[in-house]
Design a protein around this ligand. Structure first.
Ligand SMILES: Cc1cc2nc3c(=O)[nH]c(=O)nc-3n(C[C@H](O)[C@H](O)[C@H](O)COP(=O)(O)O)c2cc1C
Length: 378
């Protein structure tokens, strides 16, 4: 049996309490005074069904939608809107935009502000070449003057909270300080920093020191993002950076209990482990919630396998589950493999950390055409 990671913070190891985010104009988290948790926006992932699945296992403090694409003729995508209007999780949802055409961004931000959003979030981080080549997402970081104009226009247009999610630079971190100064200039309400440049995509080595620099520089609360793979890592990153909270993406797909477990770790309580049987039930829930009447069963099995790429990092240290799962073609084959690997010893604990050397595919060097499960490694 794999030993369960039991992470208990001692009082002296606890990070300092974050500045009171409520006093700074943000919605309260689950536990007053505790570091915040947020589910990272993920295209094709953080839709309504996935938010509901996350809420079932312990919602994050904040949700972010996948991005609304904005251009001269764009309209609000109905399925993303539903993740704002119908999620029923009881938690605040920030609506993310990607684009660079200022009148269209202003029009869209105003339209979205009429919905029950916690804020409007600007994407300044997407590293997919198809995206950044249009000077949107991470591409904006190459042009601080454009960032200045866009932040100013959106700040004027958004009556409520206006937030930014950024990487630390495009191919170097030289403009980082200038962009942080623009965050202050335009009175941004919440800043998320993913501690990698666009060029680094998802390679190992997140710059938590630069996230700490952002915390010291900007006047708004900061969420730290990048490779936060466990409650212990969340505690460590909060202590290292002084951030108001953590944003978690891929490791919430792998372990939807991570937000609840992080709250336990931040409170200095032992972490409640998860069994393989519970992980097997999560797979059923994910399959059921994400089923669509318009997609074929084969397409749905294919989609589930993208999620299982992450889940499999917690199942066994040899990667045997991932190896077999990737080869399954049918619903029956896939679920038989899940049963074999997850129900043979159902009380065994799933690993809280991903097993070392077990990676989601494609690997970090694979070319990326967009931000989606098809292209982003774990
Ligand atoms: C499948 C996938 C889709 C993503 N889509 C978005 C997106 O729509 N907007 C965004 O700002 N970041 C997006 N990202 C980046 C994540 O929000 C996050 O910054 C990144 O995955 C690093 O965090 P993690 O190590 O916790 O996964 C996406 C990431 C993944 C894996």
């Amino acid at each position: 049996m794999h030993p369960v990671e039991s992470y208990v913070t001692t009082p002296s190891a606890r990070p300092p309490a974050p500045a009171d985010v409520v006093a700074r104009g943000l919605p309260p988290g689950h536990i007053p005074g505790q570091g915040l948790t947020a589910l990272a926006p993920m295209q094709d992932v953080t839709h309504l069904p996935f938010m509901r699945v996350m809420a079932h296992y312990g919602a994050p403090d904040y949700f972010f939608t996948e991005y609304f694409r904005v251009h001269e003729v764009s309209c609000l995508e109905p399925h993303i809107l539903r993740s704002i209007t119908d999620h029923g999780t009881g938690r605040p949802v920030f609506a993310q935009l990607i684009g660079e055409h200022i009148p269209s961004m202003v029009r869209t931000a105003k339209a979205l502000s009429a919905y029950p959003v916690a804020g409007i979030d600007l994407n300044m981080g997407c590293p997919a070449p198809k995206i950044y080549k249009k000077n949107v997402g991470g591409g904006l970081l190459r042009d601080p003057d454009k960032v200045d104009a866009l932040l100013g226009a959106l700040r004027d247009a958004v009556p409520g909270r206006f937030t930014v999610k950024m990487r630390v630079g495009f191919d170097n971190t030289e403009p980082f300080e200038r962009i942080l100064a623009l965050v202050n200039k335009h009175g941004i309400d919440l800043l998320t920093v993913h501690g990698r440049t666009v060029a680094e995509m998802y390679r190992p080595g997140v710059r938590y020191d630069l996230i700490a620099q952002a915390v010291r520089t900007v006047r708004c609360p900061v969420l730290a993002n990048g490779d936060i793979h466990s409650p212990a890592k969340a505690v460590e990153v909060l202590a290292l950076t002084g951030a108001a909270g953590v944003m978690i993406g891929r490791h919430a797909i792998r372990n939807p209990w991570i937000f609840r477990q992080t709250r336990e770790a931040l409170a200095g309580r032992p972490i409640t482990p998860v069994t393989l049987a519970e992980t097997r039930a999560y797979i059923d829930r994910l399959y059921g919630e994400t089923e669509s009447p318009t997609a074929s069963r084969t397409a749905h099995v294919h989609k589930l396998k993208k999620y299982l790429n992450f889940v499999g990092q917690s199942v066994d240290p040899t990667g045997a589950f991932l190896y077999e799962m990737r080869r399954a073609m049918t619903h029956a084959e896939l679920f038989a493999i899940c049963d074999r690997h997850l129900l043979a010893d159902p009380d065994r604990h799933a690993s809280i950390e991903p097993y070392p050397g077990i990676f989601a595919r494609p690997n970090a060097e694979a070319p990326m055409d967009g931000c989606s499960l098809e292209t982003i490694p774990g």
